[in-house]
Design a protein around this ligand. Structure first.
Ligand code: NDP
Length: 263
């Protein structure tokens, strides 16, 4: 199926590993030029070079901490210089937290607010004007099933991801008149290198292998009984970026192997 994405330009935050990288590779296969951003510049530039070698698209890596306003200004400047703007924005950068409400500092709350919410706000302000000039665009927010079904050990993650879902809905209403479609995806368990690292640490305490640990987590939580591969999420993102998803506006989609316990 031709998804009609050839020669579009996409900005992907956190595009150097995990879900963001899989989305980058999926869009590159559709002929989309890419701007990837992350903090670890060495890994970012290596990934950008690899994708460019394997495909016919241009790939730019821009070192960016999306929780910092000045870095987003620089990202906007670099995108304008290289491509004159962007058609697609994937707000993907983010990470889990671990705390209790009673023990977490104001600084920690603020950091996650900047990372999960202010980044999306600032990136919208940076790139919506280009999308308007180009006659439309797509913005996707990668939140989490935790925005709706909280995990007890990460209240800051749950709360800021829930705020991101509401921001996405408000933005969708504000910009659909400019032919810009905004949606959110809430993944469940996605097997990224970070999960392997966590499992590698926690399994030792229990005297089991990392694979056994991960299989148990999946079986305890997701009715499908396994983690998703990042590519399984990426397929969904790529479809939502395409004109094939032209009536999808302001929605939140769960890609979670059945983990969400409510309708
Ligand atoms: P990974 O940890 O594998 O990758 C995160 C990416 O974001 C990396 O490229 C990282 O690069 C980048 N990143 C992190 N912080 C920043 C920052 N401040 N500024 C710029 N880039 C940053 O994450 P996943 O692929 O697992 O997750 C991606 C998104 O999906 C996250 O928002 C996460 O909350 C969400 N999600 C993931 C699930 C899962 O099971 N994996 C489940 C539900 C939601 P660098 O460190 O170099 O900055």
């Amino acid at each position: 199926m031709d998804l009609g994405l050839k020669d579009k330009v996409a900005v992907i935050t956190g595009g150097s590993v995990g879900i963001g990288l899989a989305v980058a590779e999926g869009l590159a296969r559709e002929g989309v030029h890419l701007v990837l951003c992350a903090r670890n510049e060495e890994r970012l530039l290596q990934v950008a070079e690899e994708i460019q070698k394997q495909s016919s698209v241009k790939v730019l890596g821009v070192k960016t901490d999306v929780s910092v306003a000045a870095d987003i200004d620089n990202l906007r400047f670099q995108v304008e210089k290289a491509f004159g703007g962007a058609d697609i924005l994937i707000n993907n950068a983010g990470t889990g937290s671990e705390e209790t409400i009673m023990n977490a500092s104001d600084e920690k709350w603020q950091h996650y607010w900047d990372l999960h919410v202010m980044a999306a706000i600032r990136l919208a302000r940076a790139f919506v004007p280009y999308m308007r000039k180009r006659g439309g665009g797509v913005i996707l927010h990668n939140a989490s099933i935790c925005a709706k079904q909280p995990l007890w050990y990460e209240p800051i993650y749950n709360t800021t991801k829930a705020a991101l879902v509401m921001f996405s809905k408000c933005l969708a209403n504000e910009v659909i008149g400019d032919n810009i479609r905004v949606n959110t995806i809430n993944p469940g368990l996605v097997l990224t290198p970070d999960w392997w690292k966590t499992a590698g640490i926690l399994c030792e305490k229990e005297g089991i292998t990392a694979k056994q640990y991960l299989d148990r987590i999946a079986k305890e939580n997701a009715p499908i009984g396994r983690f998703a591969a990042p590519e399984e999420l990426a397929n969904f993102f790529v479809f939502l970026c395409s004109p094939r998803a032209s009536y999808s506006v302001g929605s939140t989609y769960y890609v979670d192997g059945g983990w969400l316990k409510v309708i």
